[in-house]
Design a protein around this ligand. Structure first.
Ligand code: AMP
Ligand code: MG
Length: 452
């Protein structure tokens, strides 16, 4: 296992690192240097492998397709007889080449001037390389067909053996996420199991004295914990194993126990709340005490404060290790768990997750996936935007009258307003140096569907 870098070492690698003024791009860069992939591979049956990341290339045990075969219903013949200027008359032999079977029509080779009726997917009879689709021929009454001149080239409408996948070559690559198509592809090779990285274990808890768990009676000034549910959804769509640790009050002993247990059980720990400047709580102090943690102010909206680092599972304080933490010691991660201390505001949590945590977790999952693509859409409204910070606006992307994509914001953009997030299908990403947006300007959008 490579030696882990301290935050200070990573900071020294970066130009102009200033924890008080991080750009979104610097945050992504920093995190990509902080995290590394888990290294435990497991062999899984196909249904269980869905959504996992491949830990090894999948080598094709045979050619796909295994034989040259027809791409159309029609007549197979030797394309060497085609001429650009003259139609070609061919005698149709008895019998039809059907999918999944060798042609049974004749013991001898098909001769020049002859052809064989063939169905899509049927193996090409020996010596034949071209198929004319049946709708292109004229059937002559004496059992011949006529192919018009200039219609075909030799080799047309034939699929070559190994055209999709070649034997002994990688059909899927290490680091690929097992999507429905990739799972199907693995099945088409007859493989019953796949070697995947084990799922990432991610512990989550909400912090704050004012945060109520569901089922608790409402009280003045308190709010129900929504972050636990949005983070649960975001982590579930990534295929992580979620360790839900509930709400932890602003109490040093409880926070210490929660962080220690989370670091022991999980590869990554996500918390929300308690990281803003001037917070009168113990969350920041505890993060500092238990780990190598940086507190950032990010030039972005929403989601300015964030804590990042590594939390040690070693008990450093005086509070006793909990029984449940001790029972998870076998899962321990010797380098400690990566900490993502997200701000408390519900939309800030989701935005910082999508912008920073998600790519870092994918890297930890061993995924080689490129960042989710940004689409271009025309803004249907003017938006004020200050250069010098990245703004994420909740938006609804749809097809505009010209067929291109258009986007409109979904109401109040306050960082605690979950409603406009719930009404959105993506985020407009107004980049760091970008200024005001005029009606009709193209903006980048990150679609939620593609991102999770
Ligand atoms: P903080 O970052 O702790 O200052 O929290 C900022 C705001 O987010 C406060 O209004 C909190 O009440 C709210 N908040 C923090 N955590 C949660 C949560 N888990 N669910 C809903 N709102 C929260
Ligand atoms: Mg708070």
């Amino acid at each position: 296992m490579p030696a882990v870098k301290t935050l200070q070492q990573i900071a020294a690698e970066l130009q102009g690192y200033d924890p008080q003024a991080m750009s979104a791009a610097q945050v992504q860069d920093f995190l990509s240097r902080l995290v590394s992939p888990v290294q435990d591979a497991v062999e899984l049956p196909l249904f269980e492998a869905f959504g996992r990341v491949l830990a090894a290339d999948v080598i094709s045990p045979f050619d796909v397709p295994p034989h040259d075969n027809s791409a159309m219903d029609g007549y197979a013949f030797d394309g060497g007889q085609l001429s650009a200027d003259n139609p070609l008359d061919l005698v149709v032999l008895a019998g039809t080449a059907l999918a999944g079977k060798a042609w049974q029509g004749s013991n001898s080779l098909v001769k020049p001037g002859q052809c064989v009726k063939i169905m899509t997917g049927a193996i090409m009879p020996q010596g034949l390389d071209t198929v004319v689709p049946q709708e292109f021929v004229t059937v002559i009454e004496d059992g011949r067909i006529c192919i018009p001149a200039g219609l075909l080239n030799p080799g047309d409408n034939r699929r070559l053996r190994g055209e999709d996948l070649m034997q002994d070559r990688p059909a899927l690559q290490k680091g690929e996420l097992l999507t429905p198509a990739r799972l199907g592809l693995a099945a088409s090779l007859g493989l019953k199991t796949l070697t995947c990285w084990r799922p990432l274990r991610v512990a989550y808890f909400s912090t704050g004295d004012e945060i109520l768990s569901l089922g608790e009676a409402p009280r003045e000034g308190a709010v129900y914990d929504s972050n636990r549910y949005t983070v649960f959804g975001l982590l579930s769509s990534l295929g992580c194993q979620i360790i839900d640790m509930g709400v932890v009050a602003d109490d040093p002993a409880l926070l210490e126990a929660a962080f220690t247990e989370a670091a022991m059980r999980a590869d990554a720990v996500i918390t929300s709340g308690g990281v803003s400047v001037g917070e009168a709580d113990y969350t920041k102090a505890m993060m500092k005490k238990l780990g190598d943690v940086a507190f950032w102010r990010i030039a972005m909206r929403p989601g300015r404060p964030m804590a990042v680092g590594r939390i040690s599972q070693e008990k450093s304080g005086s509070s006793p290790i909990t029984a449940s933490a001790r029972s998870y010691q076998t899962h321990s991660n010797p380098n400690g768990a990566i900490l993502f201390g997200l701000p408390g505001n519900p939309v800030a949590v989701m935005v910082t997750f999508l912008a920073f945590v998600r790519p870092a977790l994918l890297q930890m999952m061993g995924a080689s996936a490129a960042p989710a693509p940004l689409l271009k859409a025309r803004s249907t409204e003017a938006i004020r935007k200050k250069p010098g910070r990245t703004e994420y606006q909740r938006g609804w992307v749809s097809n505009g009258p010209d067929g291109g994509l258009q986007v409109k914001t979904t109401g109040s953009q306050g960082s605690g307003v979950l409603r406009s997030m719930a009404e959105a299908n993506g985020l407009m990403v107004l980049h760091h140096s970008q200024g005001n947006v005029a009606v009709g300007d193209e903006v980048d959008v990150l679609m939620f569907e593609g991102a999770s």
